[in-house]
Design a protein around this ligand. Structure first.
Ligand code: FES
Length: 104
């Protein structure tokens, strides 16, 4: 069932920081880019690279294994060798808590 999930206090993820939180069977990567918080799946579809170890350029994350690039806002793959998008999830702040929406 679709629902918002409580993740952490929003102050736990200041600008420039990232964290990985499991939500159900999803490994969720949270990144705060200049106060905007993005949530994407942490696994690169090319060969399982962990995106939390990659660099962030603007609102793109780059896989540390072979350099595929993904848009944090949409999950769209922007550069090979990956050919599939990653899932991205809406976030919100509710009473100083960070929440993510996971579709059912
Ligand atoms: S595992 Fe991410 S680009 Fe290969």
């Amino acid at each position: 069932m679709d629902s918002w999930h409580d993740l952490c206090a929003v102050n736990d993820l200041p600008p420039g920081n990232r964290m990985v939180i499991p939500v159900g069977n999803i490994s969720l990567l949270l990144i705060n880019v200049n106060g905007e918080i993005f949530a994407v799946e942490n696994v690169c579809p090319h060969d399982g690279g962990e995106l939390n170890e990659g660099s962030v350029e603007g609102t793109d994350v780059i896989c540390p294994r072979h350099g595929a690039r993904f848009c944090l806002r949409t999950g769209e793959v922007l550069a090979p060798p990956a050919t599939e998008d990653i899932d991205s999830f809406p976030t919100r702040v509710n009473a100083s808590r960070l929440e993510v929406f996971i579709p059912g």
